[in-house]
Write a protein that binds this ligand. Structure first.
Ligand code: ADP
Ligand code: ZN
Length: 435
């Protein structure tokens, strides 16, 4: 097996040992920021109290609201003139969050990213097209610098302009792309409309991430584009992409534990969940200088996967992200995540690329209405067949979430689409009655 970085082959012991040493150093570093001076000051903890990785549990949590409140300079731990890069998170769930990097941070991030790309078979000399938004979104520059670090001819294509994307993919013999999963399905469909079979393109590898998606969606992308698709997880607060990434085994995402310390806790109590159970991912940056974050509550739900990965790496794996804690909605007393619905929709071959979950009230009762795009060839079928399909989808969803949704089959390409992260749920219930 070939590795990009010696840290990929570290044993469990070596990883845990390095984490202890780095954790102590990062607590020391964090104390240079006004926020942590105060926060850690209150607990009376000093770097000397951190002897090993497990001592992370003694540190207080940091929340998204903490980072927002510390804006603009409350969390930086390096002199202003050492900061060379600023990113701001997409703001999917509210006010954006600013993150600062020193040159060392930008370099370390590019190394981590290059490691991910190399892990899934991308090599120096391959052409890499980054079909993601540039600008503040970390999936632009973050992936870009990693691909260059690896030695790829890197095309900052951005999103949109399908014809130009196609031309570049063909003319440059692009081997690998990075794209948000919902946009991958959309782009694939648009290429088909142009009379191009995406499977005939030279692309062999797609990195997909930045939004929750199901295994069904991955398989659709692999089939539609004729690629192997690998799950890429990250968040701006931990740099962006390059935090956890799937290897060739496609069985969960390795968290790069030499750079990040991951915990999974009960989102309500903050207590660690038993090994293998689902909870909220909490992360500590172990090497970042510009803006260290200790025990950051990601709000993302996942679990550690048991067992050793066939690829030989001992960095622990997390399961695909099941959604954000905040994505959960409650209807008729049932807790529901959008991905539970997606999983069922995407298992129907008649269903097209996109869907929208609408929460609304009818006669004072909450209800779920799901608008589902149907593929062209099925849309022209007779009413009876369509009604049958509607009923089948509704029944399968009810079995999963215990609430019967109203299913509305809609024409192909009639629902709104995004080139960035897709919006899956629209809550139209009167604000006062929302749980
Ligand atoms: P925002 O939180 O505003 O969307 P980011 O652009 O930093 O800002 O996005 C990070 C978030 O995107 C993560 O916390 C997670 O919810 C989601 N995300 C990123 N990668 C994945 C992935 N591979 N699978 C599921 N969700 C992901
Ligand atoms: Zn592996």
């Amino acid at each position: 097996m070939e590795y990009f970085d010696p840290a990929e082959t570290w044993s469990r012991d070596a990883l845990v040992h390095a984490q202890g040493v780095r954790l102590r150093a990062i607590v020391d570093r964090a104390l240079r920021s006004p926020f942590y001076r105060e926060r850690l000051g209150k607990t009376g903890l000093s770097p000397g109290d951190i002897a090993c990785a497990e001592d992370v549990g003694r540190l207080p949590f940091t929340t998204k609201d903490d980072v927002r409140a510390a804006y603009p300079w409350g969390m930086t731990a390096a002199p202003r003139e050492d900061l060379v890069r600023l990113h701001v998170s997409s703001g999917t769930t509210g006010v954006p969050v600013a993150v600062y990097h020193t040159q060392d941070d930008v370099d370390a991030w590019a190394d981590l990213m290059a490691r991910c790309l190399h892990m899934v078979g991308i090599r120096r000399g391959d052409v890499f097209q980054n079909i993601a938004g540039y600008g503040l979104f970390t999936g632009g520059l973050g992936i870009h610098y990693g691909a260059e670090r690896l030695g790829c001819l890197t095309i900052p294509a951005g999103t949109g302009n399908t014809r130009r994307q196609l031309r570049l993919l063909r003319d440059m013999q692009v081997a690998a792309i990075h794209i948000i999963p919902s946009y991958a399905l959309y782009l694939g469909a648009m290429l088909m409309d142009e009379g191009v079979d995406p499977r005939s393109l030279p692309v062999r590898i797609a990195l997909i991430g930045a939004e929750p998606h199901t295994e069904e969606v991955r398989q659709r992308i692999e089939y539609l584009l004729g690629v192997k698709a690998y799950n890429s997880y990250g968040l701006s607060e931990m740099n962006g992409p390059g935090v956890a990434f799937e290897c060739l085994a496609q069985g969960g995402l390795h968290v790069w534990e030499d750079a990040f310390l991951a915990e999974i806790v009960n989102p309500e109590t903050g207590e660690p969940v038993p090994e293998g159970e689902i909870g909220e991912l909490v992360m500590t940056t172990l090497i970042r200088r510009g803006m260290p974050l200790l025990r950051y509550r990601t709000r993302d739900l996942t679990r550690f996967l048991p067992g050793l990965c066939a690829c030989g790496r001992r960095h622990r794996r997390i399961d695909r992200i099941l959604g954000r804690v905040d994505d959960m909605f409650i209807v008729k007393g049932c807790n529901i995540y959008p991905l539970q619905i997606e999983q069922i929709l995407m298992s129907f071959p008649e269903v097209g690329e996109t869907y929208l979950i609408i929460l609304e009230q009818a006669e004072n009762m909450d209800q779920i209405r799901v608008q589902v795009e149907i593929r062209e060839e099925h849309f022209i079928e007779d009413m009876r067949a369509l009604h049958g399909l509607q009923r089948k989808i509704a029944a399968r969803i009810r079995d999963e979430i215990l609430v019967t949704p109203k299913i509305e089959l809609v024409e192909p390409k009639s629902l709104p689409r995004a080139e960035g992260k897709a919006r899956r749920v629209e809550d139209r219930r009167p604000a006062l009655t929302r749980p």
